[in-house]
Structure formats: C-alpha cells, structure tokens
Design a protein around this ligand. Sequence first.
Ligand code: ADP
Length: 181
Amino acid sequence: MRLVLLGPPGAGKGTQAALLSDTLKIPHISTGDLFRANISKGTDLGKQAQEYIDAGKLVPTEVTANMVQDRLEQDDAADGFLLDGFPRTIEQAELLEKMLAEKGLHLDHVINYVVSEDVVVERMLARGRGDDNEDTIRTRLEVYRTETAPLIEHYQDILLNIDAEGNVEDITATTLDALDK
Ligand code: ADP
C-alpha cells in the first residue's frame, strides 16, 4: 500500500506513522527525519537544508524531491510506503505522481489528520524540538495554510479524513479502519 500522511505540523503524523508502519509492514519515510539525520551527520544535504528548517520555511523542492526519490528507490519501499512530510506543495505532489507513474505505480490513499491550530501549537510547544519555538511555529503554520492545505482538494478522490484530536491508540485504530485493515 502506498500512502501519504497529510496534516498540519504537530498533527501527530510521525507518531501515527510509526504505529501504522508496524501494522502495515511498510516503511515510514519522513522527510523531516531524513533532513534531521543528514543535519546530525553533517552531510552536504543537511547543510543545504538546515537554514530553511531553522526558519520554519520549506527546503527547496529540488533538494527535497531528490532525497525522496532516492529513498523510494530503496528495496524496502518496493511494495509500499508511508510518506510523512512529502508532498507539502502541489508542485511536490506532481513530482511524486511523476516518480510513481514512471514505474506504473500510484498512491492508494492520502490520510488527512484533522486537528485545530490551538491543539497543534500546544503539542509543538510541549514537544520542544529545536525548530519548535513560537516564531518558527507561526511560520510553519502559515506555510501549511498557503502551500500544503491545497493538497486536501488536490487529493480529494483518495482522501481519508481522520480526526486527530483524540488519544494516540484511538487515532491509529480509526486510521486502520478507514484503510479497511
Ligand atoms: P512538522 O511535521 O512538525 O512540520 P517535519 O519534521 O515534517 O515537522 O518537518 C520539519 C521541517 O523540515 C519543515 O519545517 C521544513 O523546513 C522541512 N521539510 C520537511 N518536509 C519538507 C518538504 N516536503 N519540502 C520542503 N521542506 C520540508
């Protein structure tokens, strides 16, 4: 199964992805995690991404899309994946569609985690990651509203809306139900 997780920053995509990945036996591919791993290893990619991440802005699409393409070509992603954090713009969605179509593949579902802004701000401040300060959170929410939210409409035909304000286990169960798993 080829899935994309959508939702504002702080919606809990990473938490759900880890749990879903275990049950569905498909790898969790998080662009944020990939960037952070590159930053801590000091790679060129990490250096290119760092200033954008620290400012809460999107890393340029070319950099991000190449990283995703490399990851999707690894063996463990051959039969499915859970993409978390990509695509984040219509342009990235079109690139993903192209990457998949070249192999005769397509996305099965897009899971949209629905949660209010108040709740995501609370969660991000509690999480306290390096890029979770108030200014950066404000920028990331603005980027989400203008760049990422249009994907909800873009993926209308394969979209599953899931209420993401309850407890972690319930949200996982609701997601698996919606996927009929
Ligand atoms: P969150 O879900 O809280 O927004 P992520 O770990 O998904 O956090 O992303 C952290 C940062 O990594 C983003 O604010 C952005 O700078 C960068 N990033 C992640 N995915 C993408 C993407 N698809 N395109 C551009 N930048 C990205």
